[in-house]
Ligand binder design. Structure first.
Ligand code: IMP
Ligand code: MG
Length: 183
């Protein structure tokens, strides 16, 4: 167990592991119902969603196929560049009979998903989105998600897969990063 109280980079725990676990089960139950008669392909957006994605798919009871994409709009800073760069795409060619559920770690400006969804919608039968966290105060484009774990205030968070400069992903809780780390 990490000692966040003695880690001066971490300001506080925002969403603890137990609350995340409960919410993930609820989301999986809803996805189970909504996709019972569909061909569900879960699309994890690397790297930030990897833990959420793993927990979510393990709680599904319906059959699901797994794909990953790597898209970036952030670099190593905390402000989105607005450019969608697809550095790993879904390998298979034909998605025309697939119902994609894109799984993100967090929606901030909304730029990444607002570019990614139309890109995938051209190829698949349907595309919906699922995010662990949503920071609506930071939205720059009109975007809503189909499944959301938690709506959070405008703070930079790390842990449970989320990073700052590739650090802190392995923390079990979603934590607020101390602004002194990046300012
Ligand atoms: P958007 O395009 O601004 O919505 O950016 C979404 C992406 O920015 C996420 O997938 C994260 O990789 C990153 N991001 C945004 N806010 C945070 C944060 O608070 N912590 C860590 N990563 C973040
Ligand atoms: Mg991300």
């Amino acid at each position: 167990m990490y000692d966040y109280k003695n880690n001066e980079d971490i300001e506080k725990i925002l969403v603890d592991a137990e609350s995340i676990g409960k919410r993930v089960k609820e989301l999986a139950l809803q996805i189970d119902k909504d996709y019972a008669d569909k061909r569900l392909v879960m699309v994890g957006i690397l790297k930030g969603s990897f833990i959420f994605f793993g927990d979510l798919v393990r709680n599904l009871t319906i059959p699901a196929e797994i794909e990953f994409m790597k898209v970036s709009s952030y670099g190593s800073g905390t402000v989105s560049s607005g450019e969608l760069k697809v550095s790993l795409d879904i390998a298979r060619e034909d998605l025309s009979e697939c119902d994609l559920l894109v799984v993100e770690d967090i929606i901030d400006s909304g730029k990444t998903l607002s570019k990614l969804v139309p890109y995938l919608a051209k190829r698949a039968r349907s595309v919906r989105t699922c995010t662990l966290l949503d920071k609506p105060d930071r939205r720059e484009v009109d975007l809503s998600t189909d499944y959301c774990g938690f709506v959070i205030p405008d703070e930079f968070v790390v842990g449970y897969g989320l990073d700052y400069g590739e650090k802190y992903r392995t923390l079990p809780d979603v934590c607020v990063l101390s602004p002194k780390v990046y300012s």
